[in-house]
Ligand binder design. Structure first.
Ligand code: GTP
Ligand code: MG
Length: 436
């Protein structure tokens, strides 16, 4: 509960203003990222909580504070050791990440442990990075620690971000990006090659044939899909259903993969996953185990969780990332016109982090949900628009508007897609999940 109240305190202050952070029990400045918040930005397996700890599901979901006591204790331990009042300031970071200094900070055992968890596929990616010209042991460690463990992650990330996160020098990064792009053959290609790629694009079934048809045969990978609509229109239900369906075999409309769920509103419900798994005759324990869950307590946590997700994608065979919801924290934390530019800039960076993941991992699907805000000046037609404005509209590849129908029915309307016609689909939310 303490974590959630920190968010509230933060929400009352504008960017640049001090606020009392309940999580750290210290004064912070709104809009800055704090080192100690990294302690809260952690993922956990849903199954670990439900099965291993023998916690009743109802306990789990009624307890908003999903950070375990051990984690909390750990965060206090870290507080004692570090000077946690120190804000991660860009200038400080530049000084801090003098390459030799960083070498000392990186614990070799840590890195070996990390690599041990990698799948063969992920290790092959690391091997490719290792073979780039000029990549020695120290550079490789810095890259992996910062989440750049594949050629794609280096090639598609702006140099300034690689520098900020890895601490490597400008020239080294420039060379690494150039070499990665050459190895990946990034440049112009014929439309035929692009078509070959698109023909084989992987899709996840939504559970409803009509809704799948609206998407041209299922929710496609390699892009960011936004579901927006009013409350109770089924955004969270769809997000849950996709976490189950992504685990189905390919012939059943899945991707044989795992899901990563970033919950910003505290509305993730393992019992709904169990019901939906049962709808497919799946072992719900296995289904829960294959969902990596992270609760974002404020917008800083949310941004950090996405950054942290990069390393988990290969390791855990993640094929679907959910952010439910994308804008909620930003809306409540950045209040007033004066904060608008700052808010939009942060959301833009966050969306680009998500989009970049789909470039790096083309068989990954990113689904975000979004609330609507009322447009009081509209008298005819739909008086609601998606929150987040043009930044979110242009950041999402496919946008679908959800509204309530009769009873269990919901209507999905294709608002924007580069290759799909406008259209509508009706689906139902039932106990066992989404159906026609
Ligand atoms: P906000 O997050 O408030 O913006 O709404 P949302 O769009 O995320 O709504 P959500 O996906 O949580 O949908 C909630 C609705 O799903 C409920 O009002 C019910 O209509 C339906 N629903 C949830 N669980 C069940 C269930 O077990 N059986 C049935 N039949 N419907 C359910
Ligand atoms: Mg919801």
């Amino acid at each position: 509960m303490a974590k959630a109240s920190g968010t509230n305190n933060q929400s009352q202050s504008a960017v640049g203003e001090p606020y009392f952070c309940e999580e750290c029990k210290r004064n912070h400045t709104k809009g800055k990222i704090y080192k100690e918040h990294l302690n809260f930005a952690k993922f956990e397996s849903v199954e670990d909580k439900v099965v291993d700890d023998n916690i009743e599901i109802s306990d789990l979901v009624s307890n908003d504070d999903s950070i375990s006591k051990e984690e909390e204790a750990l965060s206090y331990e870290v507080e004692e050791i570090e000077d946690v009042d120190k804000v991660i300031d860009e200038d400080d970071l530049d000084e801090e990440v003098d390459e030799d200094d960083l070498d000392e900070e990186i614990d070799e055992d840590d890195l070996d442990d990390e690599l041990e968890n990698y799948t063969d596929d992920a290790n092959a990616c690391v091997e490719a990075v290792k073979k780039l010209p000029g990549v020695g042991e120290a550079t490789l460690k810095k890259l992996i620690k910062a989440g750049f463990s594949s050629l794609e992650s280096i090639a598609y990330t702006p140099p300034t971000i690689i520098q900020k996160e890895s601490g490597l020098g400008d020239k080294t990064i420039e060379k690494l990006i150039k070499a990665s792009m050459e190895k990946l053959g990034i440049g112009f290609k014929s439309a035929e090659v692009v078509w070959e790629h698109r023909k084989n694009i992987a899709r996840i079934t939504s559970g409803s044939q009509e809704l799948d048809n609206l998407f041209g045969g299922g929710i496609e990978t390699g892009c960011v899909i936004e579901f927006f609509g009013e409350f109770r229109t089924g955004k969270t239900q769809l997000a849950h259903q996709l976490c189950v369906n992504v685990q189905l075999p390919k012939e059943a409309g899945g991707l044989n993969g795992s899901a990563l769920y970033i919950d910003t509103e505290g509305t993730f419900r393992p019992e709904r996953i169990i019901q939906m798994a049962e709808g497919h005759d799946l072992d719900h324990k296995k289904v829960l185990k294959n969902i990596v869950f992270g609760r974002a307590y404020n917008s800083d946590h949310q941004v950090m969780l996405v950054k942290e997700a990069t390393n988990l994608i290969k390791e855990k065979n993640i094929k679907l990332i959910i952010v439910d919801s994308l804008i909620g924290h930003f809306r409540s934390e950045y209040i007033g016109r004066g904060t608008l530019a700052n808010r939009q800039q942060t959301i833009n960076g966050h969306l680009h982090d998500l989009l970049r993941l789909t470039d790096i991992f083309p068989d990954l699907c990113v689904v975000v949900t979004n609330q609507v805000q009322s447009k009081p000046d509209v008298f005819y037609g739909n008086p609601t628009v998606a929150a987040g404005g043009n930044i979110v509209a242009h950041g999402s590849t496919i946008r679908v508007y959800l509204r309530k129908g009769k009873g269990e029915q919901r209507v999905a309307k294709m608002i924007d897609a580069p290759h799909l016609p406008d259209g509508e689909a009706v689906f139902s939310i039932t106990e066992n999940g989404i159906i026609d």
